[in-house]
Ligand binder design. Structure first.
Ligand code: AMP
Length: 210
């Protein structure tokens, strides 16, 4: 099954993706994680992407698309993937459709995790992320419960950048809701509930429940 996750930053896409990956073995393709790894490794792409990310802006399409293409070609993505944080605008969505068509593949679902903006602001400003594996938890958790790595506050989770990221989401990414409705693959889940309740609905919506 090939799935795109939609929703504002902090809606819980990564958490739901992780649960689907653990249970069903899909490849998790998070462009934010791929870009942060490139920034840490100081690759050419990472150096180009860093200033956009720190400012809460979208990294130019050509850079992100090349990362995603490479990842879709990897063996583990051939039996199903979850795209988390991609596409972020209509140009990326159109490119994704044509890349998949060229590989004789297609998207099965676009899952929108919906959360009200005031909840998002609270979640993001108290979010801490593992430097090592990307696991997220609320402030106060200093050691990653999954891998023991150091938890830190992402630069773009600081209050001055959060509002900008939400504006970018509303203007550039939210139109994808209509795009995927038009393709009859949009499914929506209320993300403002405990993680396991959201996940139970996600499984049902994706017809993955036993
Ligand atoms: P995320 O972890 O998904 O919130 O992404 C963190 C940052 O990485 C974003 O604010 C953007 O700067 C960049 N980014 C992630 N995915 C994309 C994408 N599909 N297109 C452009 N920039 C992206």
């Amino acid at each position: 099954m090939n799935i795109v996750l939609l929703g504002a930053p902090g809606a819980g896409k990564g958490t739901q993706a992780q649960k689907l990956v653990e249970e069903f073995g899909f490849a998790h393709i998070s462009t934010g994680d791929l870009l942060r790894a490139a920034v840490s490794a100081k690759t050419k792409l990472g150096i180009q992407a860093k200033s956009y990310m720190d400012a809460g802006k979208l990294v130019p399409d050509d850079l992100v698309i090349s990362l995603v293409k490479e990842r879709l070609d990897a063996d583990d993505a051939k039996n199903g993937f979850i795209l988390d944080g991609f596409p972020r605008n209509t140009a990326q969505a159109v490119t994704l459709d044509s890349e998949l068509a060229a590989m004789d593949r297609r998207l099965d679902a676009a899952l929108l995790v919906s959360v009200e903006p005031d909840v998002i602001v609270k979640r993001l400003s108290s979010r801490r992320t593992c430097r090592n594996c990307g696991y997220t938890a609320p402030a106060g958790v200093d050691v990653c419960p999954r891998c023991g790595g150091e938890m830190y506050q992402r630069d773009d989770d600081k209050p001055e950048t959060i509002q900008h990221r939400l504006d970018v989401y509303n203007t550039q990414t939210a139109p994808l809701i209509e795009y995927y409705k038009g393709h009859s693959i949009l499914k929506e889940v209320d993300g403002d509930r405990p993680v396991d309740e959201v996940y139970a609905d996600v499984r049902k919506l994706l017809s993955l429940a036993c």
